[in-house]
Design a protein around this ligand. Structure first.
Ligand code: AMP
Ligand code: MG
Length: 484
């Protein structure tokens, strides 16, 4: 086995940042899937004994397994200590191209931060995270990645006994807004400064050159989060549990729990069984990101300026800029979805008009936009869009305004470009459920592999098939669960 090239910079931070904790071995590891493309990208040997490594039965040389400390606001309520309760960071891999990535095992046993939990993960949520993280990556959206998944040969007990599993996850880092909150809650200014310096060096090195590096760092995180949440809105992704501990400083999507994609466009949609108030509803997501960033700002005040009033005025100004950053990114993505090469006043309203009509007519979010690519080629292709609307005339009325706008555009390969902004396939909830059911009940992983492979080329020419279809009425999934 070729050695994994580890360089564990987080484990070199002071002891109070984490707890040393090797993964707990399991009874009978069995590799479900190794993401060979990602392994190769990272310079990892696909022939290494991944089943044993991911299960925690073989700790590779050079690893320095730790459970990271963090805090977080969960549904608005602050807990000063959460931490990795069912995960360990094996270490940081430096890829052949020089990029540094965390390699984490999720479901790897109890740690100092487990509180009442068993430290384990059930197979269903592991498959869900694998599928959705890799689908997001294929869609071009910043995300943690799934490197591999194993079953453990042990049962975990949730409402019922479930097969246990472990996910090997790769991330730019696992530093969260909640990591900053952990040190802020302890008034540990030195810890905050070390953490901020570490995060700057790792994710925002240009901020170190700024007149005020910590403010520049905050502005850079804010810009990346604004862009990230706009990308979610362009594909109908609902994170489901946007607590501050699930908000990555790197700007990657992290912690896929009760996440889901919209079938029909419905801005107020909530799938998560634990989100009773609709805090993390689809359309609320930009506002919640901004709220999470305000919590980060609070942690950074001391570093930004010794005069707290000055620091507050500065982060307030930055937070006030979030709306415009988000709107610009959101409008740019909607323009691409509509096939607009240029920007003109009224574009956002044009897109919102379509979205409103889609909501009123229960139009499938993904398939409506995909069919719009064909309609952009010729109005003779309108049928594909019209059939998505309960009242097709609602589309016809909008299409007149859209085509008038298109007529003011220069000639360009519109439909082909639109297909790169409008996926043909997303991980639909009912397909994920079907995959999980086959794996859990029949030990059948073929549907899982099929779905992962279908999702790998969302924009490309796609064989049409059930993985891309919206649910029939009886297939509809109304609730998703953390279930970890
Ligand atoms: P998450 O659902 O990933 O946002 O997790 C919230 C917190 O609960 C984190 O501190 C997790 O480490 C912890 N947690 C979730 N599931 C378990 C489990 N099975 N055992 C121990 N800790 C857990
Ligand atoms: Mg989490």
């Amino acid at each position: 086995m070729n050695a994994i090239h580890f360089d564990n910079s987080y484990a070199r931070l002071p002891q109070r940042f984490f707890a040393h904790r090797p993964p707990a071995p399991v009874a009978a590891p069995r590799l479900i899937r190794l993401n060979i493309g990602l392994a190769e990208e990272l310079g990892l040997d696909p022939a290494a004994p991944w089943g044993d490594i991911v299960a925690g039965n073989l700790v590779p040389a050079g690893a320095s397994p730790i459970a990271m400390a963090y805090a977080g606001h969960q549904f608005g309520h602050f807990t000063p200590q959460l931490g990795d309760g069912r995960a360990v960071l094996l270490g940081e891999i430096v890829a052949p191209d020089g990029t540094r990535r965390d390699l984490q095992l999720k479901g790897s046993g109890r740690t100092e931060f487990s509180r009442g939990g068993d430290g384990r993960a059930a197979l269903g949520p592991v498959l869900r995270e694998y599928i959705v993280a890799e689908a997001m990556a294929a869609l071009g959206i910043p995300t943690t990645r799934a490197l591999a998944a194993v079953t453990t040969g042990e049962a975990v007990y949730r409402e019922t006994a479930q097969p246990g599993a472990v996910l090997a996850r790769v991330a730019a880092s696992h530093i969260r807004v909640g990591t900053f909150q952990y040190f802020a809650a302890r008034q540990d200014e030195e810890g905050l400064r070390l953490l901020a310096d570490h995060a700057i060096a790792r994710h925002y090195p240009q901020a170190a050159q700024a007149a005020n590096p910590y403010r520049a760092f905050f502005q850079a995180v804010l810009a990346r989060q604004a862009s990230l949440v706009a990308r979610w809105m362009h594909v109908g992704f609902i994170h489901g549990v946007m607590n501050t501990d699930n908000c990555a400083i790197s700007g990657e999507t992290i912690d896929y729990g009760p996440c889901a994609f919209l079938d029909e466009y419905e801005p107020a949609k909530v799938f998560s069984s634990i989100d009773h108030g609709g805090r993390y509803a689809f359309a609320n997501q930009p506002r919640i990101v901004q709220w999470n960033l305000a919590r980060l700002a609070e942690c950074l005040l001391l570093l930004i300026d010794a005069d707290i009033e000055i620091a507050i005025a500065q982060v307030k100004e930055d937070l006030a800029g979030f709306g415009a950053l988000f709107e610009d990114a959101y409008a740019a993505g909607l323009r691409a979805k509509l096939g607009l090469a240029t920007a003109a006043p009224g574009d956002l309203e044009l897109a919102e008009d379509l979205l409103e009509r889609m909501a009123e007519n229960h139009a499938d979010f993904t398939l409506t936009f995909r069919a719009l690519c064909d309609a952009a080629e010729s109005s003779a292709n309108d049928a594909g869009v019209r059939e998505r609307f309960t009242d097709p005339a609602a589309f016809d009325a909008w299409a007149i305004i859209w085509r008038e706008r298109l007529s003011r555009e220069p000639a360009w390969p519109r439909a082909a470009t639109m297909r790169n902004a409008n996926p043909a396939i997303i991980p639909r909830n009912h397909r994920i459920e079907a995959v999980i059911q086959a794996a859990v009940e029949n030990d059948d992983f073929a549907p899982f592999h099929d779905l992962v492979e279908a999702l790998a080329t969302p924009y490309g020419p796609q064989p049409d098939g059930p993985n891309a279809w919206p649910p029939r009425e009886e297939q509809r999934v109304s609730q998703t669960f953390c279930g970890t």
